[in-house]
Design a protein around this ligand. Structure first.
Ligand code: F6R
Length: 601
């Protein structure tokens, strides 16, 4: 899918523009280009193929610039070629565009565009030509955009340079754009990842917004007036590599989750229109019937959750597998399938081998990864990044909730256009970060739980439905960093064996949102209680009303739903593991015998 980067800076910003384009490579592209305005004339470079080709052209042309717009093109109208490559330069303006203009032939007639002025096969050049005309007519870049937007049918995000101005003018409809500001510059990008690393604040533009961005200010207009949009903090990569005020990276990473979850969601979804925008691909997911998802460890737990979501919310058949098992099995891969691999590091050997296996079977592959230049990212056909930022603690926390967030959006995307779409799920995904914040404020309650676990020999997590994978994740987290024995079970399985281990005072942590599984879970709680087990309950207000009498400890967290509960209930299990490890004095960030990136078999 196409990508846009633009920077208006007090200094030459070509290097930041190029590194922004490199960060957008994951979206897939076939050509790229950039343009700047200098002494009131436009200069540009374009090239087909890799961004390194563009970089060479920029170097050969000795191109520098303080106000630059750039683009990676993924061909829709016209094949990959220099003539079809953005930016499009006209007398008064330069344009880069993401999206598709559906009525461009009507626009040619409406604005009496002369065929001889159109040199490319693209819909974008028509818009550049029209905007050029409108600038002559209105003599005001913003008014010209307002007028242009009224006539367009389709999806777009545009970035223009305009003759006589040192600003970048942008607008969007149905295609995302984010603005970034930093010391001495402001920037625009189709994706948070394209913004310079020294960006400080970001603003997600809303539908039909228009913005004027120069080196010292950003002005945003809706239809009639200048408006303010919510600002979000941008965290540069280097900040992830220091502990700051936290004792451990894991603690910092747990507390970063309101931001990492929100960033991951807003990167792919529009809050106002309640739409998911995944990068474009020539594959139509809904033409398939099977999904195969593989991963290892914590990432595998996110796949388990996704299975519950996909089965409940779509008509796909979904199979999930632990990568180290899938790669050696004789699996039958149906041509009606596509494959997804999930990996924080993007280097896990078993997961990588499964990706190879998918490729050998000629099925389309999607990777959900946190490290964009990793082997898995490079090998897959389509990348959906988790925007968790670098994760340093060996035990995965924020990468896991970002994996869940991307998978939730992917499932909502599969539903898009069908009647099954559930508005409540859509709304809840946009407010999940607030609930995560509320849970984090209860840190002392989780500390109290952890304190009471210090002397136990064994701990159990139980849950039903999509809480079962979270029970497994809670047990894994606890084992990894506290070295205590901990098991996660589907609550209904207790009576088939593990109940034999329940004796006086054995702690059983129950993940119990008040949902359709709740009453069944109550029976399981009683089974434990009857054998002397100690019940520690994580639930919501409604859930708490019914069980207080059985519980030794209870923490109430915000009410949630089927889609968002696995994300929310991940936070308590991380905090319990973390505080218990701190009480026990283990090496939280680098637990014994474990590595962050498992590149061996
Ligand atoms: C547990 C943990 C591991 C990883 C697993 C896969 O906290 O971090 O279980 O989830 O090794 O690693 P990635 O996601 O890098 O493929």
């Amino acid at each position: 899918m196409c990508g846009i980067v633009g920077i208006a800076s007090k200094n030459n910003c070509i290097d930041n523009i190029l590194s922004g384009l490199y960060s957008l490579e994951y979206r897939g592209y076939d050509s790229s280009g950039l343009a700047t305005i200098k002494n009131n004339h436009f200069e540009y470079s374009k090239n087909i193929g890799k961004i390194s080709n563009l970089q060479k052209s920029v170097k050969n042309n000795k191109l520098t610039g303080n106000v630059v717009i750039a683009h990676t093109r993924w061909a829709t109208h016209g094949k990959p070629s220099i003539k079809n490559c953005h930016p499009f330069i006209k007398d008064n303006c330069v344009l880069v565009h993401n999206g598709i203009i559906e009525n461009y032939t009507d626009l040619i007639n409406y604005y009496s565009i002369k065929q001889k002025n159109i040199k490319s096969d693209t819909d974008t050049e028509i818009i550049a030509e029209i905007y050029n005309k409108l600038l002559n007519e209105f003599n005001n870049p913003i008014e010209a955009i307002k007028n242009l937007n009224k006539k367009i049918v389709g999806s777009f995000s545009f970035a223009f340079l305009v003759h006589g101005s040192k600003s970048i003018y942008v607008t969007r409809r149905g295609s995302p754009l984010v603005l970034g500001s930093g010391e001495g510059f402001n920037a625009v990008s189709s994706d948070v990842l394209g913004l310079p690393d020294n960006t400080k604040e970001i603003i997600f533009l809303e539908e039909n917004d228009i913005a004027e961005v120069n080196d010292s200010s950003i002005l945003i207009y809706d239809k009639n007036q200048i408006i303010k949009r919510e600002k979000h903090k941008f965290i540069p990569k280097k900040e992830f590599k220091v502990k700051g005020n936290y004792k451990h990276f894991m603690e910092k990473e747990i507390f970063h989750q309101p931001i990492s979850i929100e960033d991951t969601i807003l990167n792919f979804a529009d809050k106002k229109r309640k739409v998911v925008y995944l990068p474009k691909t020539n594959i139509k997911f809904n033409e398939f019937s099977n999904i195969i998802i593989v991963a290892c460890g914590t990432a595998y737990h996110s796949c388990m959750v996704a299975k519950y979501w996909i089965e409940e919310m779509t008509d796909f058949n979904v199979s999930i597998d632990i990568a180290s098992e899938y790669r050696y099995r004789k699996n039958k891969v149906n041509k009606n399938s596509f494959g997804i691999v999930v990996s924080q590091s993007g280097e896990t050997m078993d997961t990588l081998k499964c990706l190879n296996k998918f490729k050998k079977n000629n099925i389309f592959t999607i990777s959900i990864v946190n490290v964009l230049n990793s082997s898995i990212a490079r090998l897959s056909d389509f990348i959906l990044p988790t925007l968790a930022g670098p994760e340093i603690g060996v035990a995965s926390t924020k990468a896991f909730t970002s994996q869940l967030s991307v998978l939730a959006l992917f499932v909502l995307n599969l539903q898009q256009g069908s009647k099954n779409i559930n508005k409540i799920f859509f709304n809840s995904i946009f407010s999940i970060h607030k609930s995560v914040k509320e849970i984090l404020k209860k840190e002392n309650e989780f500390k109290k739980i952890a304190k009471k676990l210090v002397d136990t020999k064994s701990i159990f997590y139980i849950g039903r439905g999509a809480m079962y994978p979270i029970a497994l994740e809670g047990a894994l987290k606890l084992k990894e960093i506290t070295y205590k024995h901990c098991e996660g079970y589907a609550a209904g399985e207790l009576k088939h064996g593990p109940l034999a281990l329940i004796e006086n005072n054995i702690p059983v942590i129950v993940l119990a949102p008040f949902d359709e599984n709740y009453s069944k879970l109550l029976s399981n709680i009683q089974e434990v209680k009857a054998r002397g087990g100690r019940i520690i309950m994580i639930t919501d207000r409604d859930g708490a009303k019914k069980v207080k009498k059985y519980c030794d400890q209870i923490v109430i967290i915000p009410k949630t739903n089927f889609l968002t509960s696995p994300i929310l209930y991940s936070i308590p299990v991380q905090l319990i593991a973390y505080y218990l490890a701190v009480f026990l004095g283990t090496d939280v960030d680098q637990p014994r015998n474990l590595a962050k990136s498992v590149t061996v078999e």
